[in-house]
Design a protein. Structure first.
Length: 332
């Protein structure tokens, strides 16, 4: 029996030692592998009938429709779509001061981008579109990157060049913290037109009105948030002009007590896992524990080791005066 147990322990010890050697060989290689993969030269595909100048990283590329595309180096494959527009569309609208505004068509294809002026106004002049163009979406990110928003306008397919005016993009909306504990406070904020009226939708039957300041900034403190998940939306009203319906929302999660415990346990587990798998210190700690196990198994393989362990694990019937007998034997 002892020989059988020793054989099993010896096999386990040898396996652990091989794992240690394998880790020590593979870890340096895996540290450099991602860098080698992501250092590959990017591929640029030109899609559609067009004439394009050579794509040089960081240089403007002009297509046949007169649009400019900037190509940057990176690991992602870049597709540049270009075609000649049949009609031209001009758009003038309202967003928030110095916001970045992106124009997309009804198929979510990028058309153009611009930056709003200090008063929140923006415009797109003579953007090339195809016959049958029937809608567009405007996305904005406020200049402090606190939040974002989007709104769309649909209409009958155009048969000629068109102009659209006073298109009001919904106020941006963001959160100081996207995850909080139940009954804590959530800070909701964003930007719109200066001194606009902003309506923040908390849930289906709960909204709140907030006034933007002269810089277009607004905020709302949502006190004692009940546990749950909220999709927050914002709408604006500026000089009797309503904003487009919002197409983007900010997600707020208020964790219950049980969710807090689960989240905390997951964070601790992730921290330990990252420590053991992504750092030299963690790798050394893993080797240390494996070596301790191997040393322990080697000690058990020594003569008398198994007998000593079996003797300690053997069930006994303790006497009432065991402490006295032990004291007398130690005294002798």
């Amino acid at each position: 029996m002892n020989r059988f147990c020793r054989g099993i322990i010896l096999c386990v010890a040898r396996s652990l030692w091989r794992v240690v050697l394998l880790f020590s060989i593979l870890l340096p290689a895996t540290c450099y592998l991602p860098a080698a993969i992501f250092a590959q030269t990017p591929t640029v595909n030109i899609v559609g009938p067009t004439v394009v100048t050579p794509a040089v990283p960081g240089v403007n590329v002009l297509n046949a429709s007169g649009g400019a595309v900037i190509i940057y180096p990176g690991s992602q494959k870049v597709d540049v779509n270009a075609h000649v527009g049949e009609f031209k569309v001009s758009i003038a609208g309202l967003a928030s001061p110095n916001a970045s505004v992106i124009l997309k068509d009804e198929k979510n294809q990028f058309l153009a981008s611009t930056v709003a002026d200090s008063a929140g106004g923006f415009g797109f002049a003579e953007v090339n579109v195809k016959n049958g163009f029937s809608g567009f979406c405007l996305e904005q990110i406020d200049f402090k990157r606190l939040g974002e928003s989007a709104g769309c306008l649909n209409f009958e397919p155009i048969q000629k060049s068109e102009e659209f005016r006073e298109v009001y993009v919904p106020p941006t909306i963001g959160l100081y913290k996207t995850q909080i504990n139940a009954n804590d406070e959530a800070l909701i904020y964003g930007y719109s037109m200066p001194e606009a009226q902003v309506n923040v939708k908390i849930k289906a039957n709960q909204t709140v009105d907030v006034a933007a300041d002269k810089g277009g900034y607004y905020e709302y403190e949502f006190d004692k948030v009940p546990a749950g998940t909220y999709e927050l939306e914002s709408r604006g009203k500026y000089q009797n002009k309503d904003s487009l319906e919002p197409k983007k929302s900010a997600k707020l999660v208020a964790r219950s007590s049980g969710d807090q415990l689960v989240t905390r346990a997951e964070e601790i587990g992730k921290t330990i896992s990252d420590l053991l798998t992504t750092s030299i210190f963690g790798f050394l700690m893993l080797l240390f524990f494996l070596l301790i196990i191997i040393i322990f198994l080697i000690i058990l393989l020594k003569r008398g080791g198994m007998a000593y362990l079996a003797d300690k694990l053997k069930p006994r019937h303790p006497l009432h005066h065991d402490w006295l007998l032990e004291f007398i034997m130690n005294s002798n």
